[in-house]
Design a protein around this ligand. Structure first.
Ligand code: CTP
Length: 405
């Protein structure tokens, strides 16, 4: 499975103030870089005593900024630009002095000035000796900063560099990293890592070696849903009938022709899946007996004897385990909502997506689509007409939020 870099495109300033815990910051930088973040290190002068700018510059792949001016070049490090550039600022370690200056708006170094200019969220990971941490002034300062929206990554208890034992150790780099993941990124998608069975396209029911009963389904919607699921990290098994679209990549393909074949293939896959999304347009009828030879035309009227195809969705959802989710796609031309709600109940579904054919600009074979969604717990929402790929993304994201509840 493709690994996603969770901090791709995220610009994170790591502000390092003076304190022995600064020696752990290279590890934090590595964690952030591994997830694709752009990391800009700002250091105070005293931080240089605990970790070298060279180490941090190599790991962050950017020059470390310490002063307003780069003396040799006469260049100015613009604190306003840096404050606006960042999506997040984490000050680690945040010493008592830096916390006190932040509280009072003192900006006598580049890091403090950037903090004052920033519009993004700011985290502080304090590190100091236990008595400094417990001191009323530090506690008041931290309280004031929190009231202003600065987020605290609590120091932990343990052995301190002074030889004393107590609270004041900077949170470990992993803990700081996890806090940023938790606070900065949207919650994990419900579908991530889940096995999902998606059906798409139309089935074809043979009449004779030449002719079939079929429908207009192009597979576009089912494929767009499969792609949206894959983008969320789902493992998709795609069972598809007749389609006129390019197959999605990064999923397992199961081509079928008839409803019977689709049923057999789905039966073999369903038990191992957490979610079924039955987007396929399954033919409702098949001929009683498929003619082995091409049926010749005659002058007489001609009738085909049709029998029902298996209702794949009902058969699968009728045997679903408690953890399995079944989602159907109803196609209606009249009494849309009532018919869709009846299918939700009769087919034992968790959710039904209603496709109406009443808007001529969307639907079968078109680029765009609109749907209404009804869930068994009474939740309902409408997704207005839009491109099928964005509609699929919206549908999957909304279902994810609903299912995570
Ligand atoms: N479905 C199925 N097997 C069938 C017919 C439909 O699995 N033989 C599934 C479709 O894939 C869809 C859902 O059932 O997810 C609703 O399909 P739809 O065509 O709207 O309804 P039908 O059950 O076929 O009923 P009707 O055609 O009478 O509206």
């Amino acid at each position: 499975m493709l690994r996603k870099n969770r901090f791709n495109n995220k610009k994170i300033i790591v502000g390092v103030s003076g304190g022995i815990a600064a020696y752990k910051i290279p590890h934090l930088v590595r964690l952030l870089k591994k997830e694709g973040a752009e990391v800009q290190i700002l250091m105070t002068e005293s931080a240089k005593n605990f970790v070298t700018p060279q180490t941090l510059s190599v790991l962050s792949e950017r020059p470390v900024l310490i002063n307003f001016f780069q003396n040799d070049l006469g260049e100015w490090n613009n604190h306003i630009d840096l404050g606006l550039w960042a999506d997040a600022i984490v000050i680690a370690p945040a010493g008592a002095n830096t916390l006190a200056k932040m509280t009072h708006g003192i900006c006598d170094n580049l890091l403090l000035s950037v903090i004052l200019s920033a519009r993004c969220p700011i985290w502080v990971a304090p590190a100091m000796d236990l008595d400094m941490w417990e001191h009323a002034s530090t506690q008041e300062n931290v309280g004031t900063l929190q009231k202003r929206g600065i987020r605290l990554i609590e120091p932990t208890e343990g052995f301190l560099a002074s030889g004393l034992e107590g609270k004041g150790r900077m949170a470990e780099p992993e803990a700081i990293f996890n806090t940023l993941v938790h606070d900065l990124l949207p919650p994990d998608n419900y579908f991530s890592g889940k096995k999902v069975l998606v059906t798409a396209g139309g089935t074809r029911e043979s009449i004779d070696p030449v002719r079939f009963i079929g429908n207009h389904s192009s597979g576009k919607m089912g494929f767009a849903i499969a792609e949206a699921l894959i983008a969320c990290g789902a493992e998709v098994s795609l069972v598809y009938g007749s389609v006129s679209e390019k197959l999605p990549k990064n999923c397992i393909h199961y081509p079928v022709v008839s409803a019977e074949e689709m049923l057999e293939t789905c039966k073999g896959l369903f038990a191992d899946c957490s979610i079924l999304m039955m987007v396929a347009a399954v033919a409702d009828y098949q001929v009683q007996t498929i003619s082995s030879q091409k049926i010749k035309k005659t002058d007489a009227a001609f009738a085909l004897e049709l029998v029902k195809t298996p209702d794949i969705l009902t058969l699968l959802s009728g045997n679903k385990a408690p953890h399995q989710i079944c989602i159907g796609f109803a196609l209606e031309t009249e009494n849309e909502q009532a018919n869709a709600l009846a299918k939700l109940k009769n087919k034992n579904l968790d959710c039904i997506v209603l496709n109406s054919l009443n808007n001529p600009n969307v639907g079968f074979g078109k680029e765009s689509h609109e749907v209404d969604v009804f869930c068994k717990n009474g939740n309902t929402w409408s997704i207005p007409a839009q491109h099928k790929s964005t509609l699929a993304e919206t549908l999957i994201n909304t279902l994810s939020v609903w299912l995570l509840k």
